[in-house]
Design a protein. Structure first.
Length: 280
């Protein structure tokens, strides 16, 4: 039986965007074993009710627990916004962290003026998860949240930089680059797809605007919590990465090339069914 510190960290997302979080975890915690679960059969979560998303997230956590993970990262903004708290209460013995809290913490820490922009999908903007989290930490903050759902399509199609991408990004970001909102000094990338467009977004926004990558900040929080809970893998060897999906492993491998820096072999992705896990 493996020592608990050698068990993998479970990373859960509705699809492929969470692979940016997986990248950050690989870079920050290279000796940790990682198990990624993409609920590709039910993506996107943004169109689903909070009750449905919480149920899906619970099923994903149960599937990861069945594979014996020591820690769960919810690498999905929609699921993080509604499911982290109830899941943490349901599974008090296992650390569970989402991407919203770390992103909010980092933005409040780096913003000097308190004028913070948030770009995300329409559902994340409308449920005000980042706005609420930022104001809880910094009540004096002024927040401009902007839906940039087109960035998801750019990311999945592999259009990450170049003149045309920069033109599209500039057009989408006009509401926070002009007028009364042009004075933000911090911009939160509030969707796990957006870090792959970081270079183009940074060029459009300029050097004066600090970009907060929720994938990077989440990885740092995981590193801290592993240390606090004495769960870190002390092995000097590079950790293994495994993949589970709920639909179409072939498409997952194809699209994953645009998000994950390592090559995923077609036979390395396991198709599983998580819908039989019922919430107690």
């Amino acid at each position: 039986m493996k020592c608990i510190s050698q068990l993998p960290i479970g990373v859960f997302d509705s699809g492929v965007g969470g692979l940016t979080v997986l990248n950050a975890l690989r870079e920050t915690l290279p000796n940790e074993n990682l198990l990624y679960l993409g609920d590709t059969a039910r993506v996107p979560y943004g169109t689903k009710s909070s009750a449905s998303v919480t149920r899906y997230a619970d099923q994903a956590v149960k599937a990861l627990r069945e594979r014996e993970v020591k820690f769960v990262v919810i690498a999905c903004n929609t699921a993080s916004a509604v499911a982290v708290e109830p899941l943490a209460c349901q599974y008090p013995e296992m650390p569970i962290v989402g991407v919203v809290g770390p992103g909010a913490d980092a933005s409040c820490g780096v913003s000097q003026s308190g004028r913070i922009g948030v770009i995300a999908t329409e559902s994340t903007v409308n449920n005000q998860a980042y706005q609420s989290a930022i104001l809880q930490r910094r009540p004096d903050a002024t927040i401009k949240a902007l839906a940039c759902s087109l960035f998801v399509a750019l990311a999945e199609e592999g259009w990450h930089d170049g003149e045309l991408v920069e033109q599209v990004v500039a057009r989408c970001l006009e509401p926070i680059r002009e007028g009364k909102h042009a004075n933000i000094d911090t911009l939160v990338l509030g969707c796990t797809h957006f870090p792959v467009l970081k270079r183009a977004i940074s060029k459009v926004m300029g050097e004066r605007v600090h970009l907060v990558d929720s994938a990077e900040t989440t990885a740092l929080v995981v590193k801290k919590l592993l240390r606090e809970h004495a769960l870190g893998n002390s092995s000097a060897m590079q950790g293994d990465v495994s993949f589970l999906v709920t639909d179409s492993p072939e498409r997952f491998v194809r699209v994953a090339r645009n998000f994950f820096t390592e090559t995923i072999e077609s036979g390395a992705v396991e198709l599983i069914d998580i819908q039989h896990f019922q919430k107690i």
